[in-house]
Design a protein around this ligand. Structure first.
Ligand code: TUI
Length: 305
């Protein structure tokens, strides 16, 4: 459907997923994804053009639907002739007709069966079912129960996301009925990933219990590394005298600060599998390890049956 060699999507991580990372993943045979959360719509347009110079392979753009410029981005990707879109943090139903008319493959990220069904009805070509093990904005269900329930409910392909970072996780996702996987956290340390070195170091040093979810009281839960920022954020949320506006103002721009400046007061969004990410390597090695690793554990297990 997408013209890619391996069913490996690189998560469209806000501020992180630029042309450099997306092209490296696409050149490796996966699906590189450019994030629409960057320094404005024109900056994203530039990343799309840059990506075309770096790869002749298919790549996608992720549209974060809660962003104020989402309607503008939704139009810009049509102008730029983008062939594949993923969406996150909401329902893209109102854009579907325009995108389908432009011949774009649309793959919404969903966190529930209800939204998955709605997306299939609206003409989605596939969905990414993302469990709450993921970094960034998360839903309620986790990958293990979410993926098979979405697979059972839909006729279109399902890509699993959340907590997948090596061949074992990839194999497990395929066993749940997924036809592909999406991986974010492990690509944060890819050589072609342009995040600040401090961000990479924090991921490489993380343990199994290094992430936490904040923002539940705001209706916008986000998983990130435990840092002084996440502690202060959680404290403000627990304090009834702090208004939602104050909390939002405190959080605003924190991800950009972490990604671009390695600021200790930044928000280091990361998934639960950060503790399994142990070395920086080229994106190609990550893509191949995910697929060859899955092949190996499936073959080893089959030989024991
Ligand atoms: O979108 C994501 N993950 C993200 S977006 C993001 S940007 C950001 N966030 C906070 C502060 C600063 C920047 C960081 N991480 N993942 C896809 C995803 N979508 N996960 C869950 C959902 C989701 C949740 C509820 C999709 C739809 C939904 O409800 C839809 C509806 O309206 O019915």
């Amino acid at each position: 459907m997408l013209g890619i060699k391996y069913p490996v999507f690189q998560g469209g991580m806000a501020w992180v997923a630029d042309a450099s990372l997306a092209a490296a993943v696409s050149n490796a045979g996966g699906l590189g994804i450019i994030s629409s959360i960057n320094a404005g719509t024109e900056a994203v347009r530039n990343e799309i053009r840059k990506c075309r110079e770096l790869t002749d392979k298919p790549f996608a753009v992720n549209i974060m639907l809660q962003a104020p410029n989402a309607p503008e981005i939704a139009q810009m990707v049509v102008e730029e002739g983008v062939r594949i879109l993923t969406t996150g943090a909401g329902s893209p139903a109102k854009y579907m007709e325009t995108w389908k008319a432009a011949g774009i493959k649309v793959i919404p990220v969903v966190a529930s069966v209800a939204l998955a069904l709605k997306m299939q009805q609206a003409g989605a070509d596939a969905v990414v079912a993302e469990g709450a093990e993921s970094g960034g904005h998360v839903g309620e269900l986790h990958t293990m129960p979410l993926v098979p329930q979405v697979v059972d409910a839909l006729d279109i392909p399902v890509i699993a996301a959340g907590g997948i970072c090596d061949g074992r996780g990839a194999a497990a996702a395929f066993m749940l009925g997924a036809e592909g996987i999406q991986v974010g956290t492990r690509f944060l340390v890819a050589e072609e990933c342009t995040v600040h070195q401090e961000y990479k170091d924090k991921i490489l040093k993380a343990s199994d219990i290094s992430t936490t979810v904040t923002g539940k009281t705001l209706g916008h839960p986000v998983r990130s590394l435990k840092t002084p920022f996440s502690k202060s954020f959680a404290k403000m949320e627990a304090d009834p005298s702090t208004s939602q506006e104050d909390i939002l103002a405190f959080g605003s721009g924190a991800l950009r600060k972490a990604v671009k400046e390695g600021d200790r007061n930044g928000s280091y969004m990361a998934g639960e599998c950060a503790g399994m990410v142990r070395k920086a390597e080229p994106a190609k090695d990550i893509v191949e390890d995910l697929i060859l690793g899955a092949e190996k554990v499936i073959a080893d297990f089959a030989s024991r049956l």
